[in-house]
Design a binder for this molecule. Sequence first.
Ligand SMILES: C[S@@+](CC[C@H](N)C(=O)[O-])C[C@H]1O[C@@H](n2cnc3c(N)ncnc32)[C@H](O)[C@@H]1O
Length: 285
Amino acid sequence: MTVLEVIQRSTEFLKNKGVDSPRLQTELLLAHLLNMPRMKLYLNFVRKLSETELDNFRELIKRRGQREPLQHIVGSTCFCGLELAVDRQVLIPRPETELLAEQGWTLLNSLNTQNSALSALDLGTGSGCLAIALAVHCPAAQILATDISGEALDLARKNAARHNVLDRIDFLQGDGFAALDSPKLFDLIISNPPYIPTADIQSLQIEVRDHDPRQALDGGPDGLAFHRRIAAEAAPFLKPGGKIMLEFGDGQAPAIRKIFESQKWIVEAVIDDYTQRPRILNAHG
Ligand SMILES: C[S@@+](CC[C@H](N)C(=O)[O-])C[C@H]1O[C@@H](n2cnc3c(N)ncnc32)[C@H](O)[C@@H]1O
């Protein structure tokens, strides 16, 4: 079978299994298998696949047809241009979180570093995506990254090492601010907390519901349990002038604003994602 025939058949198979963008998913998997950029497939439409290649590809397509995320099958994803390993222990980083990372490193790079080292706390680091992007884009910053999951932290450490920033990120396990082993002050507290209301989890896309870790998704009855804790507990951990930047879900902006304003935070900005939906809170004391 040729590359083109394999693409056509597999696209049809994934479409029948309810997979979004079946042609793109097929091409990405085939490019991964053949170890070539996706666009190069187009120059190889008439190339015949060997029996071994076909057997291996059938296995990949079968997994994707069972709604395993592409990123788990290939073992990695791209976040802010950085390749990060991902598996079932961590949330697959999402494109909207790249905006949060960019807000974070822009803030850190704008601060005057003459008096003290720049510091940021990433609560619920998962794959380490936010902490690593901050460290890569702000070479003067020292980051503390926490998670309740030890398995997530193991992967985050490996990702940090891969991007040569392990020496500037401390990884600590624990529940929210309780992970901090000693009192510390930060220029920035950044977090993409779990924010799906518990009752909504069962209706999520299968790839998310069955493959992202439950504790990365479940934000309690209204999805905002973790945000409430941050609003109530963050103040003693910020330097004077320090900021909080948080991601939240579509439709949660009014509730988030209320939560933070009722705890005397000043909401400086609520920032939209790529689809013009408000998704990031920017607040200070
Ligand atoms: C939505 S995921 C975000 C992961 C990563 N920061 C990202 O943006 O892709 C939330 C993360 O918070 C962690 N988490 C959940 N509850 C926590 C808690 N009580 N304390 C610390 N981390 C927690 C989860 O294990 C998960 O890694």
